[in-house]
Write a protein that binds this ligand. Structure first.
Ligand SMILES: Cc1cc2nc3c(=O)[nH]c(=O)nc-3n(C[C@H](O)[C@H](O)[C@H](O)COP(=O)(O)O)c2cc1C
Length: 237
């Protein structure tokens, strides 16, 4: 029964994403339809990055995020993987991370992988479905210096197939969050957080995982500043 429900959900999501793709409001750009995923170093392929954190900062707040835009080698100007926020083309998760950074003074960290994700929306959706079916652990190419110094880690990710992108599993495998507070935030296209907050709590049983997580539709990202700010105030920032 559960399997049937999950198959139906997958079919509905697949139809919904394919509709988005065809209407031009999809989840990733289709301007580079010939590009397929390949393994290479993120330093060569990613267009924006915070490869590692700076050891000189004295903040105890880290804002780690994963966005397809910084892991697909796409051209920011033409790509629908980017949102225009205050006149700047940024990945949607990066846009929200920037807003959190402005208010908290935390340090930004871009989660990057050696997988160069397809720039074509349809290919990306299929690629991510395969990664999920294989329970993949994409190799991380960006690493956090001095992870011990952070007490609070905001963790941002897109909803991919009603779950965390597989690279987030790699991320939670790499670090020991014992004793830290994890504050999730996500961007979605209808499924909101799905079960991701519960999943993070299962992956990091010795961390305090904030259940008042932030979630926003991809369409509302450019105007999210007040919503982000109100949420942070609820959390005491
Ligand atoms: C592979 C893939 C799977 C997705 N699956 C879902 C989903 O199951 N539910 C949903 O609401 N949105 C889904 N989306 C939409 C993304 O969550 C949304 O576009 C998000 O803004 C992407 O953030 P980014 O552009 O910063 O990477 C999916 C997008 C992609 C690329």
């Amino acid at each position: 029964m559960k399997k049937l429900a999950s198959l139906i959900l997958s079919a509905v999501l697949a139809l919904s994403f394919s509709a988005c793709r065809n209407s031009g409001t999809g989840v990733a750009n289709d301007t580079s339809a010939n590009q397929t995923q390949s393994e290479s170093t993120s330093a060569e392929n990613n267009t924006q990055s915070e490869i590692s954190t700076s050891e000189s900062s004295d903040t105890n707040v880290l804002i780690a995020y994963f966005t397809a835009a910084e892991n697909s080698g796409v051209d920011a100007v033409s790509s629908a993987s980017y949102s225009m926020v205050n006149g700047e083309a940024v990945g949607r998760l990066r846009a929200i991370a920037n807003m959190i950074q402005t208010k908290t003074g935390g340090e930004l960290f871009s989660i990057q992988t050696s997988v160069v994700y397809p720039t074509d929306g349809g290919e990306l959706i299929e690629y991510a479905a395969d990664e999920q079916a294989n329970d993949a652990r994409p190799e991380l190419t960006s690493h956090i210096d001095d992870f011990e110094k952070y007490d609070v880690v905001f963790v941002g990710y897109p909803n991919w197939w009603a779950d965390l992108p597989q690279v987030m599993y790699s991320f939670f495998d790499e670090y020991d969050f014992s004793g830290k507070t994890i504050i999730p935030f996500n961007v979605h296209n209808g499924s909101r957080l799905s079960r991701t907050v519960e999943t993070i709590a299962e992956l990091e049983p010795d961390a305090a995982v904030e259940t008042n997580a932030f979630t926003i539709s991809e369409h509302n990202v450019p105007d999210a500043e007040k919503e982000v700010s109100d949420w942070l105030e609820e959390l005491g920032y």
